[in-house]
Design a protein around this ligand. Structure first.
Ligand SMILES: Cc1cc2nc3c(=O)[nH]c(=O)nc-3n(C[C@H](O)[C@H](O)[C@H](O)COP(=O)(O)OP(=O)(O)OC[C@H]3O[C@@H](n4cnc5c(N)ncnc54)[C@H](O)[C@@H]3O)c2cc1C
Length: 402
């Protein structure tokens, strides 16, 4: 309608309602039951059961776009899809078998790639707000969503930090419907699973790779995923490369078996030297006659330093709260390159763009995919770099933050 990226796909979600079982009517005060082990939830409905749940192989519907005339409708019952949920409920409460089914409700629910709401002003479309992608919690969150949206529209900002729900967390790579659909399905798949600290995304992989990917794979890299990028979590020297896999769920809350490998890498960086592929980091350029003035306004550190300087800074909102945490490099008088976290690119780009003057004196350009980025860190870093360049990289000629 307005050309905005709103990353979400409809995923089928179903619950079944039954008549009450004579002599076994559920009282109105029956607690809501959630049984993650058996993937189902249950509550009382007119003395009978209402059973829903989270299938392990969720189905999307109309992922490419919902037709304009689809409104106030449900989808056909899908008993085959619902079978694992029903089996789980019967395993826990065999009595349900005796209940007569009234109907299987199948509704398309808008799931986002991370399972959080998609709220706020739409980047690049002034005056257009979105409150969608409720990801199975639209009823529970309706009151709060209505409140913060009203604040956003009337006051220009919500009263709560909604970073994790702000639509601007999704960048241009979320315009890929297949990527969004796989991520949304994965969120649904694991919805009732226990989540552990070492969990990694397993679906929707291999969308963005660094030019160093093959070199890193050859060194035994185990890859995780961040904002669509394949990133090295650690290396298993001498072993074949792989992507983080389902075995991570076996470690639970305990110490993951690769901790000793990471310890070796940390010690190498602290005591000697280590190379880091930082290509996934967000990179964008701010240029033009108004560039310095704009950055001086949004950044809390002084950006007006000599060409070639690096400035570590934050972008602050009107309350002094941190909106962005990044590094600004002055490439030339009116040309700056900003490096930010892998998942913060779209957020920070939009913050700068939304504060740019309307007179065309500033150009803001995403250069993330144009540039690789390598870090060389550790006490021996200068010595190693010195062997690769004829330039003077002594501390005097090439100090910290140049
Ligand atoms: C089986 C099932 C069980 C659920 N259980 C729960 C639960 O227990 N708790 C919970 O919090 N959430 C639950 N949800 C999720 C919840 O129902 C949704 O998240 C919520 O309804 C989404 O609200 P919404 O206003 O964003 O979208 P919708 O409710 O889909 O509203 C969108 C509206 O836009 C209308 N529309 C569409 N196209 C047009 C058009 N072109 N012009 C004008 N209008 C249009 C539609 O008719 C519709 O009324 C469940 C969902 C399902 C399917």
């Amino acid at each position: 309608m307005v050309g905005a990226i709103t990353p979400m796909v409809p995923v089928m979600h179903q619950y079944v309602t039954t008549r009450h079982i004579p002599g076994h009517e559920l009282p109105e005060q029956t607690p809501v039951v959630r049984d993650p082990d058996n993937l189902f939830y249950l509550r009382e409905e007119v003395g009978g059961f209402l059973v829903g749940g989270f299938e392990l192989e969720p189905k999307t519907w109309a992922a490419g776009g919902v037709s304009w005339d689809f409104t106030q409708q449900l989808l056909p019952e899908d008993w085959e899809l619902f079978e694992p949920v029903m089996e789980g409920a019967l395993r826990r409460i065999p009595l349900i078998e005796q209940a007569e089914v009234i109907k299987l409700i199948n509704g398309p629910d808008a799931m986002t790639p991370d399972g959080h709401y998609c709220l706020g002003p739409v980047p690049g479309v002034p005056g257009f707000f979105v409150a969608a992608g409720m990801s199975l919690n639209g009823i529970a969150g309706a009151g709060g969503v209505g409140k913060v949206m009203a604040e956003w529209i009337i006051d220009g900002e919500p009263s709560l930090d909604l970073h994790e729900m702000n639509i601007r967390r999704f960048g241009a790579n979320y315009g890929n419907t297949d990527f969004v659909a796989e991520k949304a399905r994965e969120v649904y798949h694991y919805y009732y699973h226990q989540h552990y600290p070492a969990d990694e995304t397993l679906w929707a992989r291999n969308h963005r790779r660094s030019p160093l990917y093959d070199r890193l794979a050859g060194l035994g890299a185990e890859f995780g995923e961040k904002n669509g990028w394949e990133r090295v979590n650690f290396f298993r020297p001498g072993e074949p490369s792989r992507q983080a896999a389902d075995d991570q769920h076996q470690w639970g809350w305990g110490r993951a078996p690769y901790h000793d490998l990471i310890r070796e890498e940390c010690l190498a960086a602290r005591e000697r030297v280590a190379l880091f592929d930082m290509t996934s980091f967000g990179k964008f350029e701010v240029s033009g006659p108004g560039a310095l003035g704009l950055l001086q306004r949004v950044a809390c550190n002084n950006i007006d330093r000599p060409d070639g300087s690096l400035v570590y800074t934050q972008f602050l909102n009107a309350h002094g709260g941190i909106e962005s945490d990044l590094t600004v490099c002055r490439l030339a008088g009116d040309r700056f390159r900003i490096i930010t976290g892998t998942s913060f690119l779209s957020n920070d780009l939009e913050w700068v763009r939304s504060h740019a003057p309307a007179d065309g004196s500033v150009e803001v350009r995403d250069v993330t995919d144009d540039l690789a980025c390598i870090g060389l860190w550790g006490p021996s870093a200068r010595g190693v770099l010195g062997q690769a360049t004829g330039d003077d990289i002594s501390n005097d000629a090439f100090p910290y933050l140049t």
